[in-house]
Design a protein around this ligand. Structure first.
Ligand code: HEC
Length: 204
């Protein structure tokens, strides 16, 4: 049947509107660090925390907008201390899991935000299980905290842009020394955003 031209333009307009209303879908394909399989982020992630501005931007660009953004660091620290430090150490210095605060990466792709996200979300080998129990937005904050713990040469911090490299202050080594007196206990969240303040122990 011949479609009148008016209807055709209505159909075309509806298609454009539908396109605009479609929720953001990941432009990038995220793959398991070891097997390479598609992690199918939009189907497997927690429903909460999927639709923040940062997550939308990350899913399209592969760049974590929370890197070195002070107000997001305390949340990242909190998640790191509850979900990661038991294996990776309080400061990412390594324990039964490898160090995350130096410039050596078992999987070199972890030098990119996308690669780090894939490793955290999908897991790697052995005890490094998947972390899709965390909301996508939480993963971005914990990634920012991992980057913040970095103590290696700044020129190897590929995840920082030039401006971020200039502004980056190495996570104070003294925190590591302070920690030895206080096995596994955390310090005040406020310290997360300010290296110069002497950490206060909460419960030791
Ligand atoms: C139960 C212990 C355990 C927990 C909890 C854990 N990890 Fe791991 N992680 C490991 C082990 C073991 C490896 C080494 C796996 C491998 O080489 O494939 C690893 C590897 C990694 C790597 C790859 C490092 C590299 O050199 O390429 C990253 C990144 C990482 N973990 C981040 C995290 C983050 C972030 C969390 C918290 C959300 C976390 N891990 C929680 C045990 C753990």
């Amino acid at each position: 049947m011949r479609m009148p031209s008016l209807n055709r333009s209505v159909v075309a307009a509806a298609a454009v509107v539908a396109g605009l209303l479609t929720p953001a879908v990941a432009q990038e394909v995220f793959r398991h660090t070891v097997t390479g399989e598609d992690l199918k982020i939009m189907e497997s992630s927690q429903p909460g925390g999927r639709d923040t501005e940062a997550v939308r931007s990350f899913l399209n660009t592969g760049v974590n907008p929370y890197t070195e953004v002070k107000e997001h660091l305390p949340k990242g620290e909190e998640t790191f201390l509850s979900a990661c430090s038991g294996c990776h150490g309080h400061f990412g210095e390594g324990k039964i899991g490898p160090g995350l605060n130096d410039s050596y990466w078992t999987y070199p792709k972890n030098k990119t935000d996308k690669g780090l996200f894939e490793t955290i979300y999908g897991g790697a080998q052995g005890m490094m299980g998947p972390h899709h129990d965390l909301e996508l937005d939480e993963i971005l904050t914990v990634m920012a905290w991992v980057r913040h713990l970095y103590t290696g040469p700044i020129e190897e911090a590929d995840w920082l842009d030039d401006e971020q490299k200039r502004a980056f202050t190495q996570f104070a080594q003294k925190h590591k020394d302070d920690d030895t007196a206080c096995s596994g206990q955390t310090f005040e969240r406020a310290d997360a955003a300010n290296h110069d303040v002497k950490p206060e122990k909460t419960a030791c």
